[in-house]
Design a protein around this ligand. Sequence first.
Ligand SMILES: [Zn+2]
Length: 473
Amino acid sequence: MTDTRQTEWSVVLTPSPLQRVGAFALAAMAEVEHPEQLTPAAFTFVVERMTNDLVATRKVIKAADPGGFWLGASYMLWPNSKINPTNRGKQSHQQREDAIREWRAAPGPEDRLDAPCAYCGREAYTWFGKVDIPLGASVAHRNTTARGHQGTPLCYPCVACLWAFPYGSTLSGGRAVLIHSWDDDFLAETTGQAVDRTERAASLAMPKGVKPGPYARELAVLHAVRAYGRRITAPVELMVLSNSNKEQSLATQELGQPVAEWLRSTRRSGDAQAGYKALVATQGTKQVPGEAFLAKRAFARPSQVLDFAVGHLLTQISATVRLPSEIHLLSPLIVSYCREVLTMDDKDVERIKALAQRVAGLLSKDDRPGPFRDFIRANSKGGNLHGWFRTKSVDWLLYPRPEGATPTLLPVQDYRLLFEDDRSWSWRRLLVFAVIEALGTAGWEPKGSKEEMQEVEEAAQAAGADNEEEATR
Ligand SMILES: [Zn+2]
């Protein structure tokens, strides 16, 4: 009976992100949707194609020469491997080809080990070492072998996935940059796009170190997420790794599922897109464009997106002493961001909006800017918002209230959100936003003497300047 186990290779997905990206890269190269759809013949064909890509470098003298892409990448991905030995300069073209083919050859029955594959648990063939298993491929993020062991036992399809993951990455600046997610459909689409890009790039030489813009990698993930057509069901990971001799490194950042899905939703309608543009405009600094900083914050500290949006509005108020008109464009996005990303409870968001109506009612009793200034001042980081509410609660009792308004300015539930909640600062920023919006809707504008207006300007500047402080941390 013929033992077909050696030749009927099949790819399965494992808990290793790098193996998964590689599996989807193989699928993309074979033009199937899922790695499980790879037939043994298609698998053999695409592995052969990768080998041929490496063999094509045999005539190249230096990695920077045209056709040297995979030779250049090999120093970062597979140092000390058969494609880049120290005596490469002395090898003939044929010797180079033979060495590469020997390295990438399918194992035979004699290579079978009495050990399970470290990734998929199926029968392993050959011990693989650092050459084939980059840092980040193992669950423990180590690619060094324990003393007395020859390497890591792997099956041929899993090691082929590790050879393939660079196709599903962006290779530049001495790093492989990957987008991974446990959402298989999203991973299939983004990996497919990366494979197209890599194959285009490989037809040229390895790109020279073009200095990318700030947070370019995070921004690329944001673009991928926003371009995706279906609901994203899992977090999206950004992995940056190098396996080179000089520097082994792996850095992983995670974009939470709620913020990924929210970013995607900002393309749903024309209104949402206009709102997104207005939001992006609130996120930038002198050094970093708005969308790049939005991407960075979405990864690192999603609550800062709200802080910066409100801080930017306050800075604008300080510059013009007028209520910014884009607040109405921003409003639906700010509210959905609070609900979906910052997971603020719907009922609580409604509470803060109702509170903002009461506050705006008090502030707009006349058009003198003083009360508005005091409210803004109380909302800066060192401000006494608690004291402000204490004073204004008396006014609220003394003056006629709008019809249907609660007799208490700051009910106990609202008090808890603003002063006792873990996200107090976010609730306060939402309150400031909603108050400015309510004043804008009521058509209120501050009018006063030059000195009074300057005080508004200073208060808004102080409350908006908290952003700069946050940005430099
Ligand atoms: Zn395996």
